[in-house]
Design a protein around this ligand. Structure first.
Ligand SMILES: [Cu+2]
Length: 303
């Protein structure tokens, strides 16, 4: 998925807003699985469904594929959904829509995620990059693509080596799937893993203030993994948004800035649970409060 590093906004005090009095239930939540715990059949089924998306027409009326709708919408809304309060609920809903769309393409399994902490000892050697059991490896210097002024390395092995993503921005620009493992330098090194060791992530999960939690998560492990894999990032879901260790008090903890803060502009409004998550026609726009719990009819999943 496309990602651009943005400046962190000034921290704004969190407000805890009264919870939703909801009658919805979720009797049989889907249990999302870490990639390595999927069986061979489950992995193959997931990969086939992702490839299937790339054979179906856009649901947005674009001339590109259903697969491309996701990076397209993510990029189109980039400034509305990053470094703002709605970062977590928006991405939670986005992953849900992605999961539903995979099901429409024949996937019968649960959403898969990659637990980065398991690989933080040596991320570049992770089995997630295996050409057979994973999603293929680092880009190769043998096959590159020129985009603008830059040259990028293409993924040449694994199930997505022939994928042709259409967008880098929102302009049609078909290209190979790109990855350039890095440590913030020319070196692969430890791929910025200090930001997503089990210890680093546990410290963030222990934060009880929503704004602090969200800023540290987005700016820390989330930003590090995007930067360290680089290129187009990987077409898999991720386990962001797990702020549920203490559901009684934390499920409806929400607050912070509604829009990005910009120098010279008035201070952004305070975010509320009634704010609408824009989905740019990918799905229905819904209020933040509808995705604060994963145990509802709408989402109905757990980890
Ligand atoms: Cu994003």
């Amino acid at each position: 998925m496309l990602f651009r590093i943005l400046a962190l906004p000034a921290t704004v005090a969190a407000s805890v807003i009264s919870p939703r009095s909801s009658g919805t239930t979720c009797e049989n939540p889907a249990v999302r699985k870490e990639w390595r715990t999927l069986s061979t059949d489950e992995r193959n089924s997931y990969i086939s469904a992702v490839k299937c998306l790339a054979t179906k027409p856009s649901m947005l009326g674009l001339n590109t594929t259903l697969y491309d709708d996701f990076p397209y919408v993510h990029n189109a809304l980039n400034d509305d959904i990053h470094f703002v309060a709605s970062f977590l609920p928006w991405h939670r809903y986005f992953v849900h829509i992605y999961e539903q769309t995979l099901k429409d393409c024949g996937y019968t399994g649960v959403a898969a995620y990659w637990d980065w902490t398991l690989d933080s000892d040596d991320t570049s050697k992770s089995s997630i990059w295996d050409p057979i059991t994973g999603v293929g490896g680092n880009g190769s210097p043998e096959k590159t693509v020129q985009i603008g002024w830059s040259t990028y390395k293409c993924v040449v092995d694994g199930p997505f080596k022939d994928l042709v993503p259409a967008y880098v921005t929102n302009t049609y620009q078909p290209h190979c799937l790109r990855r350039t493992f890095n440590n913030g330098t020319e070196q692969i090194g430890n791929m910025l893993s200090e930001a997503y060791t089990p210890d680093a992530v546990a410290k963030i999960n222990a934060l009880t203030d929503y704004v602090n939690f969200h800023n540290k998560l987005e700016g820390g492990p989330h930003g590090a993994i995007h930067s360290a894999v680089a290129g187009d990032m990987m077409p898999a879901t991720s386990p962001n948004g797990k702020f549920s260790e203490d559901p009684e008090t934390r499920t409806n903890a929400y607050g912070g800035i509604k829009t990005q803060s910009r120098p010279g502009q008035p201070a952004p409004a305070e975010a509320t649970l009634d704010d609408i998550l824009p989905m740019a026609k990918l799905a229905k726009d819904i209020p933040v409060r509808d995705v604060m719990s994963t145990q509802t009819d709408l989402l109905c999943y757990t980890y």
